[in-house]
Design a protein around this ligand. Structure first.
Ligand code: ADP
Length: 191
């Protein structure tokens, strides 16, 4: 049997990360681990943790790194993630989180980092059409800005390790899925 995939998926807000990760997870029999979904679940449960996280999320800010470290460390250590592999969606979001991820899985613990690339003007149009509670205009603008300043540097970080791949995220859902699948399958043949 093929070994489990361990992937990080990057892409600005509205790039289609969530949708594509769900499909890829199914295709590769891996887990879709979305830190945004995990945080939203905590908010919906109304826990103290969720209440705190929501203060950052509704403002479009990042939840502090030390908090995220705990959340992601616990999740990746669960037997299902170890056994089936994962697509990490929403983490890491800055270089400090990428270094923390190294600590969790080892410097060579991720097979590939894929950026789903969609131009700013296209994601702005797409985001207009969705209705999440943290999608107010100000918070979206702030998240897109943070993406450029905090998350974009991860491209160079992973490029230096030969892990980085960029996939054109403009096109139909099926087209983008096929491009992703190709990149992932080629990557695993090389290793
Ligand atoms: P988006 O990509 O639209 O920002 P996500 O679902 O990935 O949506 O995340 C929603 C919110 O959850 C973020 O705006 C942020 O406040 C918080 N969040 C998710 N992942 C992280 C992370 N790795 N570090 C800090 N905050 C995070």
């Amino acid at each position: 049997m093929a070994s489990p995939v361990r992937l990080v998926v990057l892409g600005r807000q509205g790039a289609g990360k969530g949708t594509q990760c769900a499909r890829l997870a199914q295709h590769y029999g891996a887990l879709h681990i979305s830190t945004g979904d995990m945080l939203r679940a905590a908010v919906a449960e109304g826990t103290e943790f969720g209440r705190k996280a929501n203060e950052y999320m509704s403002a479009g800010d990042l939840v502090p790194d030390d908090v995220m470290l705990g959340v992601v460390t616990d999740r990746l250590a669960k037997p299902d993630a170890v056994e089936h592999g994962f697509l990490l969606d929403g983490y890491p979001r800055n270089v400090s989180q990428a270094e923390a991820l190294d600590g969790m899985v080892g410097a060579d613990g991720i097979d590939r980092v894929i950026d789903i690339d969609v131009p700013l003007e296209v994601v702005l149009e797409r985001i207009k059409g969705r209705a999440r509670s943290d999608d107010n205009e100000e918070a979206v603008r702030r998240r897109l800005e943070l993406y450029e300043t905090q998350t974009r540097p991860l491209t160079a970080f992973y490029e230096a390790r030969g892990k980085m791949a960029t996939v054109d995220g403009v096109g139909s859902e099926d087209e983008v899925f096929e491009r992703l699948r190709k990149v992932i399958d080629e990557g695993s043949q090389r290793s």
